[in-house]
Design a protein around this ligand. Structure first.
Ligand SMILES: CC(C)(COP(=O)(O)OP(=O)(O)OC[C@H]1O[C@@H](n2cnc3c(N)ncnc32)[C@H](O)[C@@H]1OP(=O)(O)O)[C@@H](O)C(=O)NCCC(=O)NCCS
Length: 153
């Protein structure tokens, strides 16, 4: 039986799937990672089937956020979509951001992926805007619970 794993990875390992899905196979360079960035790779039987990266970055729509992080480069192999790979990457990524003390994660979401991010708890906070890569997008974000959970006292 095939098992899905999600582990911290690196820019080199996650690049091919990012390029194939989000740049349609064009060998364009990726923007440099800001300090603190981490990459995640989802694998089935050793093959990378999903990627994403998270970086500390100010949120354009929530400037008062204390410790905002940006999600970028979210992609899963078309052959595995709908089977929980994207969810596994987001779940692991949000847990790691929270462990780093992050209080919010935001992204420029491609419009066809809005429903996915909504399922993951993100909310759209902007109108549609165009980006040179990927067409129409909307800004989305999710607030993370304070570390240690909420207390009533
Ligand atoms: C968007 C994407 C990452 C989703 O990955 P995935 O592996 O299919 O996601 P999952 O299988 O974990 O889906 C989790 C849930 O979201 C739902 N979902 C997935 N894609 C969705 C979409 N585009 N619209 C609405 N719901 C969606 C799934 O049905 C599932 O629902 P459930 O909670 O009932 O189980 C993938 O479709 C993809 O790589 N798309 C192309 C690249 C892209 O647009 N990336 C985002 C750039 S901002």
């Amino acid at each position: 039986m095939s098992t899905l794993t999600v582990e911290e990875s690196d820019a080199e390992t996650t690049y091919p799937l990012w390029r194939d899905i989000l740049r349609e196979g064009r060998a364009v360079p990726r923007l440099e990672d800001p300090a603190g960035t981490f990459h995640l790779a989802a694998r089935v039987d050793g093959t990378v089937v999903g990627v994403v990266r998270f970086s500390p970055a100010p949120c354009p729509w929530r400037p008062e956020a204390r410790a905002p992080w940006q999600l970028r480069g979210m992609a899963t192999d078309a052959a595995v979509r709908g089977a929980g790979t994207g969810r596994a990457l987001i779940t692991e990524g949000l847990a790691r951001v929270a462990a780093h003390g992050g209080d919010l994660v935001w992204c420029d979401a491609r419009v066809p992926a809005l429903g996915f991010y909504e399922r993951m708890g993100f909310a759209a906070v902007t109108e549609e805007f165009d980006k040179p890569e990927g067409g129409p997008h909307r800004g989305m974000l999710i607030d993370l619970p304070p570390r240690g959970g909420s207390r009533s006292s």
